[in-house]
Write a protein that binds this ligand. Structure first.
Ligand SMILES: C[S@@+](CC[C@H](N)C(=O)[O-])C[C@H]1O[C@@H](n2cnc3c(N)ncnc32)[C@H](O)[C@@H]1O
Ligand code: SF4
Length: 451
């Protein structure tokens, strides 16, 4: 790693930079993309394509204070059942426009907490999806699992529906940290759910943990990572806790005076990173770790790693359709986001139209910039010959662009006629280097911390 002083001088600790799960990022979407345009984009999917589907379930039984996800708490099944009926209507609407022969490369249920659905609801939703499109060979069906909100009947229903990957929310195992973030979940509960998933035949397990939480210290994150390693997940997402109480008001319940400082966050990340690497995990992009046998590691080795709204993926599908409130779809033509509020989404679908509220249609050099940013976030390097061939841009123009960015980073990047590379010592700056290629970037939309 470069010295903290240099990283600080280059803005690591004071800049707010996006995580670039899309380019342009969602704050730059506008109402230029509407339901009519999305209907045309869906109709233009080639017959027989492999696409991916994301289904959003915006409900939780508990609302963890740290969580910035778009979700609402409910103890009753009535709003969930009403929402599920609408999801089925939305899938039927999609089926009317989807060209023939489409199959599913990836299916992901996220939230919120999709595991709060009852076994019957899980079976109904999976049936509506199967009626839309069958799974493609080698498909992956993943579900976000809250270990406190799953039991044997729900697990069996998910498995019967074809779930073959689970993503488990851990965050941190330390009791003091758990209390301070409003998320209590014993190690034993997480361990038992991990074992139950494996016994049910779900052999691909992801886990989410966070660094930068209140009261987190080197010894505490070491202990949590070691506990997690004892469960041997195939894949780990090590996210920096984003403290954005102006967007997620429940975060104001956290003791903000116990949050680590930006340099301490960097040390926490580094401590966890080393533990994963020592244990044989490959580093994937800026914040993931995977066993060498996992699909992400294989994709990284084959230069096939991609980025989408769920983070890193080995999914090669060009089209990702988001179902449910606030979900975002990606098409070769651009992005489209459904109405964020559950009631606005429900009322559009009940009227027989997609709820598309915002989006972005690619224009100008958007695709070039998107390709550069994705390559930096996935591979820490951009290839001049590949870009030149794909976009018809002269190597000299690209060289000038890369040299200008390198100058802004005190020449800590490597620029040659082959392209631009972020060397390991400068990788904490990856999101900032990506931002240097973001033509939409401005201070107003910088909402999450750089590390
Ligand atoms: C949409 S949540 C669903 C997880 C599932 N409901 C559970 O509780 O296990 C997915 C992940 O987002 C991450 N996340 C939520 N709020 C975050 C925040 N403020 N900063 C960083 N990551 C966050 C957490 O790691 C969480 O596991
Ligand atoms: S972490 Fe999971 S259970 Fe907690 S509020 Fe967020 S989505 Fe809901």
């Amino acid at each position: 790693m470069r010295s903290k002083t240099q990283l600080e001088r280059l803005g690591l600790f004071d800049a707010k930079v996006p995580r670039y799960t899309s380019y342009p990022t969602a704050p730059h979407f506008s109402d230029a993309v509407d339901a009519a345009r999305v209907t045309r984009w869906i109709g233009a999917i080639p017959e027989g394509s492999r696409i991916s589907l994301y289904v959003h379930v915006p409900f939780c039984r508990r609302l963890c204070w740290f969580c910035a996800c778009r979700t609402q708490g409910t103890q009753s099944d009535a709003p969930v059942a009403a929402y599920l009926t609408v999801l089925q209507q939305e899938l039927a609407l999609l089926a009317r426009h989807l060209p023939k022969g489409v199959t599913l490369s990836r299916l992901h249920w996220g939230g919120g907490t999709p595991t709060l659905l009852s076994p019957a609801m899980i079976t109904d939703l999976a049936g509506a999806i199967a009626a839309l499109a069958p799974f493609a060979p080698g498909y992956e069906f993943s579900v976000e699992v809250d270990p406190n909100e799953i039991d044997t009947p729900r697990l069996a229903a998910l498995r019967n529906a074809g779930m073959n990957r689970a993503s488990i929310g851990v965050q941190d195992f330390d009791p003091l940290i758990q209390t301070s973030i409003g998320r209590e979940q014993s190690f034993e509960v997480t361990r038992d759910v991990t074992m139950a998933l494996r016994e049910a035949g779900v052999h691909s397990l992801n886990a989410d943990i966070l660094f930068g939480l209140p009261h987190q210290t080197g010894p505490r994150i070491t202990d949590s990572v070691q506990k997690l390693l004892s469960l041997a997940p195939d894949r780990v997402a090590l996210y920096g806790y984003a403290h954005v109480p102006w967007m997620a008001r429940r975060q104001s319940m956290l003791p903000s005076d116990a949050l680590p400082t930006p340099p301490e966050r960097l040390d926490l990340f580094e401590t966890a990173r080393q533990l994963f690497v020592w244990d044989g995990y490959d580093e994937i992009g800026i914040d993931h770790f995977a066993l060498p046998s996992d699909g992400l590691s294989i994709a990284q080795r084959n230069r096939g790693l991609c980025r989408n709204f769920q983070g890193y993926t080995d999914d090669p599908a060009e089209v990702l359709i988001g179902i449910g409130a606030s979900s975002i779809s990606r098409f070769p033509q651009g992005y489209a986001q459904n109405a964020a509020g559950t009631s606005a989404h429900i009322s559009a679908i009940r009227d027989g139209r997609f709820s598309t509220a915002r989006g972005h249609a690619f224009a100008g050099d958007d695709r070039l910039r998107a390709r550069i940013i994705e390559a930096l976030m996935c591979d820490f390097s951009v290839s001049t010959p590949a870009l030149s061939e794909a976009f018809g841009i002269s190597p000299a123009t690209l060289r000038a662009m890369f040299d200008a960015v390198n100058a802004r980073f005190e020449s800590c990047l490597e620029v040659t006629d082959r392209g631009l590379t972020i060397p390991p010592a400068a990788r904490p700056l990856t999101r900032m280097v990506a931002r240097a290629f973001d033509a939409f970037d401005d201070q107003k939309t910088r909402h999450s911390s750089a590390i």
